[in-house]
Write a protein of this length. Sequence first.
Length: 404
Amino acid sequence: MKNNCIAMLLAGGEGRRLSPLTSKQAKPAVPFGGHYRIIDFPLSNCVNSGINTIGVLTQYEAESLHEHIGEGEAWKLPRTDDNGISMLPSYNVGVDEYLGTADAIFKNIDYVDAHEPENVLILSGDHIYHMDYREMLDFHVNSSTSATISVMPVPWEEAHRFGVMSRDDQSRITEFAEKPAKPASNLASMGIYLFKWSFLKKYLIDDAKNPNSSHDFGKDVIPKMLAGTESLHAFEFKGYWRDVGTIHSLWEAHMDLLSNSSDWQLMNEEWPMYTRDLRTKIGSLKPQAKQGKNCMIHDGCSLEGTAESSVIFNGTEIGRNAKIKDSVIMPNVKIGRNVIIERAIIGEGAIIKDGAVIKGSTSEITVVAPNEIVAAKPILRPQPSRLLKEVYDNTARLRAEVSS
């Protein structure tokens, strides 16, 4: 059955910059926003955009995503021969690993061909945003282009972290540089690519034959396309988008949920979010609570302490007199009495014992790993023998001063 557009979702990254949160789970499986996972965003975007055939390419800690997505029922896309969500781990194609983003798509050419798409949408599994991909598809078709890259301006001081490009007055891309040391533009690629399948397939096959290629879209395939005869276009996205590939950006994205100055709203009836049912009943996310000031607190929490400017996930228990501020508390965390947590991310299933103090700084967010146990540091008191030695030394010093 011929499709106008299918999506291929790249979700195999290890996410070292999110360590230790990614020590035993894929980056797109990291919790976000009270009761979601990062991968829920591109998946929900696809559903809301009417794209009902999605291949999810997994590799690092693949089972964490396979368990979360299951058969796709939560996204109303149970798998059939013609559509639905299909899990495409690297071990299914007879290799140890995907060598790069382009190689991952190349090794699933048969899957794409089976759906006979006119266009293929390539997505990253680790970005937070709401986007109607139909607008990008309309732009792509109306431009009669072979490739469209979604872009948005970023602060100049952050541009070196992205693939940046320049475009002409007809939105044709004139220059592209992957993570340049000195960016010539602050128009950043969002890692969202839309290709005519016949065009992309040719470049993927050529790239696979190149032993010197790193088989990456940004480093290899996109530059080769720009050097060719067909034009590439830039589609500017106007909305909230954040790459949450670092601890600080993940923390900031949670703080954005609480900001009164931000247009970003996680809970949007016109753009619903979907996720796998939790073992505990999913409640609503409360913007306020009796003990919470400017917080997002899941109904499935027990809060006996106080919280301020924090996001607290389902299944969390916070003991009496505990104080949480400017922090992200992930699912099923147990926090004891008289605990103080500030500017921190507490990983899923962690246990924070009575009296523990966990504080970040203005420049650094403290992270507690999933399932880690944090005990209060013992108060170090001088031992009796040490006290006696200090008294003896002081007495001897005084006698020496008097005799002199």
